[in-house]
Ligand binder design. Structure first.
Ligand code: FES
Length: 111
């Protein structure tokens, strides 16, 4: 089974199993990783924001326009930011590493 690594804002690493077909958000929740995912993957929040390792970012499918629009609302946005609910695990993504941003913006609650 592919594996992936989550890095907390404080640098703590969590290497976990990453079942093919699960999203990064699903995998985070299955392993008690602190990613909120307020809209449960329906692309109407940005609380599943993750920062993807540069080499891994280039292996991902392009983000959709809807994902890009939602990312624009995320705090701590970087050039390799993605929404965790939109990254679907496959064998080719074995070794994927993502970092959790230091802050998130849940505009469903914050505004
Ligand atoms: Fe809301 Fe990903 S969980 S956009």
């Amino acid at each position: 089974m592919p594996r992936m690594t989550f890095i907390d804002p404080d640098g703590t690493r969590h290497e976990v199993e990453a079942p093919v077909g699960d999203t990064v958000l699903d995998i985070a929740h299955a392993n008690d990783i602190d990613i909120e995912g307020a809209c449960e993957g329906s692309l109407s929040c940005s609380t599943c924001h993750v920062v993807v390792n540069l080499e891994d970012y280039e292996r991902l499918a392009e983000p959709s326009e809807d994902e890009e629009d939602m990312l624009d609302l995320a705090f701590c946005l970087t050039k390799t930011s993605r929404l965790g609910c939109q990254i679907v695990m496959c064998e080719e993504l074995d070794g994927l590493t993502v970092t959790l941003p230091a802050d998130i913006h849940n505009f469903l609650l914050d505004d």
